[in-house]
Design a protein around this ligand. Structure first.
Ligand SMILES: [Zn+2]
Length: 114
């Protein structure tokens, strides 16, 4: 890969990150709430499905956010966007690392020239 190709690829990836407003980190879990008494649904063994967003933090802390069913599609999409963003950031970082190494190699070649 040449410098020009690396820069073009990097800038193309960076353009994809122009809209970061739709990212959400965490994982989506479905729980079932069961009432011990006085609920027909739970008496039938059905329970109440509940969607929860779980977000981990350094130090092993987690936060849980209960979701309304109508929020779930949006949350799914934003979680996916977060992963896409992360992958793209990582790819940009790799290309910048490549450019740094290229710089070093080129300056070494310059030194070797009389
Ligand atoms: Zn119930």
């Amino acid at each position: 890969m040449t410098r020009k190709q690396a820069i073009r690829k990097r800038d193309k990836l960076a353009a994809r990150l122009s809209s970061a407003s739709g990212v959400l980190r965490g994982s989506l879990l479905q729980r079932t709430v069961r009432h011990s008494s006085g609920c027909l649904k739970c008496a039938r063994g059905e329970g109440h499905p509940l969607w929860v967003l779980t977000v981990g933090y350094p130090g092993g802390k987690t936060r849980q956010v209960s979701l309304r069913p109508d929020q779930v599609p949006q949350v799914r999409e934003e979680l996916e966007q977060y992963h896409t963003f992360k992958r793209t950031l990582e790819a940009i970082s790799e290309l910048n690392q490549f450019l740094l190494r290229l710089d070093r190699e080129e300056s070494k070649e310059q030194e070797r020239k009389p």
